[in-house]
Design a binder for this molecule. Structure first.
Ligand code: AP5
Ligand code: MG
Length: 191
């Protein structure tokens, strides 16, 4: 089993690169953002609760997302591995993920951190907002999401650095070049 965390600020290309990684390495995609948006769309109690946070660019409470991840892992016992996109986003989530995976004796193998400067993030998300229908892709909420990233999510990189699992990849340039750089990190880790 190979478990990967794709880490990076909003708009750094986690979703975009996940698609490529899935088709090349056969991992199962777990995006808490996508899962939450599906709950929101279906107007489930969880989705309605999450909406209050998501639409303002705040993080949904840890216990909600950890519960979702736990069910997703349990529901896929035969997966070759998972690619976690947008999760973990707090140190508490990272600790909970380690615990969930340790029950299965399949820890996180690698954390790829995409490096993209702030002005590029804002540019990409504003551009996407023109047609994505994502209510959080507007200037005010984008700024908030980036602030929340620095405050609550960036310490997660340190958490994995201490475990010697963190590698960084330049996230600006062509999608293919970035994918090639990520692929070599994965292949090196698999070897
Ligand atoms: P989530 O859905 O995870 O959104 P995000 O982290 O804010 O990031 P994005 O999905 O916007 O960006 P991305 O890095 O995937 O980039 P993408 O590939 O799309 O979270 C949304 C909300 O849900 C959170 O705010 C929170 O409320 C909640 N939530 C989710 N997970 C949570 C958790 N674990 N705990 C608590 N709350 C949680 O690319 C962005 C754009 O750039 C696209 O248009 C793309 O086409 C373009 N692009 C990509 N690569 C390039 C490139 N190389 N050059 C030019 N453009 C590019
Ligand atoms: Mg995404």
């Amino acid at each position: 089993m190979f478990n990967l965390v794709l880490f990076g600020p909003p708009g750094s290309g986690k979703g975009t690169q996940s698609e490529n990684i899935i088709s090349k390495f056969g991992l199962l995609h777990v995006s808490t953002g996508d899962l939450l948006r599906a709950e929101k769309k279906a107007e489930t109690p969880l989705g309605l609760e999450a909406k209050r946070f998501m639409d303002n660019g705040e993080l949904v409470p840890d216990e909600v997302v950890i519960g979702m991840i736990s069910s997703k892992i349990d529901a896929n016992p035969d997966a070759k591995g998972f690619i976690f996109d947008g999760f973990p986003r707090t140190v508490a989530q990272a600790e909970a993920l380690d615990k969930l995976l340790s029950f299965k004796n399949n820890p996180i193998n690698l954390v790829v951190s995409l490096q993209v400067k702030e002005e590029e993030l804002i540019k990409r998300l504003l551009e996407r907002g023109k047609e994505s229908g994502r209510v959080d892709d507007n200037e005010e909420v984008i700024t908030k999401r980036i602030k929340v990233y620095h405050r609550e999510t960036s310490p997660v990189a340190e958490f994995y650095k201490e475990q010697e699992k963190l590698v960084t990849v330049e996230g600006i340039g062509s999608i293919t070049d970035i994918f090639d750089a990520i692929s070599s990190k994965i292949e090196f880790s698999l070897a």
